[in-house]
Design a protein around this ligand. Structure first.
Ligand SMILES: [Zn+2]
Length: 258
């Protein structure tokens, strides 16, 4: 109780100060949707972003010196995807770790009964009740070159949304039985289609990495929903409508009027 009161007071004080002018420039440059939001949505995004930046523990790794532009870009994209969601879906994410580029993590693999130590190269990770880890080179590339259906921030934060019900299975908490039924039907069919297309070597709008598991499918579909919404609406209308209803945003309408 006392903590929520203290948090509320801290937030009020923070939001009473002017929004840094440079931060608006970073949003305009690195978050394509920002300029297309209504003034009311922009104001909400700016407030959510300041709280997000202030309340997370930010850490530069591998010698990276974190800048305001990095924080505003990451927080701006995360807060944009959550703009229509209830509550504070990223409240459980305590830390954001940022590497300059992709990074190596130790990985053990099995070969004929032997455990072989090795490394795998990663550009991002999301841990249950733990940090989100991102490569700045990848975040910057996706931010500066939108429209390719890939976005590391949306991918990793989609995993965080998925994990809100404590299971990483591609289904976040859903508001109604009707939505759960629809989710199961549409997601299963689209996921199976992506597996079939990937196996047949057919070109797909959705990244075939989404064929790895239901959890990766939700993350990949979310990337495409925000980064290539017009194309997703054209090629996968049922998937688009489902994600539009879930995220309570219509990015295709937003980008199509641009
Ligand atoms: Zn993933």
């Amino acid at each position: 109780m006392i903590f929520s009161w203290l948090r509320r007071r801290r937030r009020q004080k923070l939001l009473a100060t002017p929004f840094p002018a440079a931060w608006s420039t970073y949003l305009e440059k690195n978050v394509e949707h920002y300029a297309l939001l209504t003034p009311d949505e922009q104001a909400r995004l700016r407030d959510n972003l300041r709280v997000f930046i202030a309340e997370k523990n930010w850490e530069g790794c591998g010698g990276l010196e974190l800048t305001d532009e990095m924080k505003v870009t990451i927080a701006g994209q995360a807060c944009l995807m959550a703009l229509g969601l209830e509550g504070e879906p990223f409240r459980g994410v305590m830390s954001i770790l940022v590497y300059p580029t992709s990074y190596a993590v130790p990985q053990e693999r099995q070969y004929e009964g032997w455990s072989i130590a090795g490394e795998s190269q990663r550009s991002g990770e999301a841990w249950y009740r733990g940090p989100v880890i991102l490569s700045w080179a990848d975040v910057r590339r996706d931010s500066r070159h939108p429209g390719y259906g890939r976005n590391l921030v949306w991918h990793e934060f989609a995993h965080q949304i998925d994990m809100l019900d404590r299971s990483t299975n591609g289904t976040p908490p859903l508001a109604s039985g009707e939505l759960r039924r629809r989710w199961h039907e549409v997601m299963t069919q689209e996921y199976q289609q992506l597996i079939t297309d990937a196996e047949a070597g057919r070109a797909t709008l959705l990244d075939t990495y989404g064929a790895e598991s239901e959890a990766e499918f939700f993350a990949v579909a979310t990337e495409c929903f925000f980064d290539c919404p017009v194309e997703l609406r054209g090629d996968h209308p049922r998937l688009y409508d489902l994600l539009r209803d879930y995220y309570a945003q219509d990015p295709a309408a937003r980008l199509a009027t641009n």
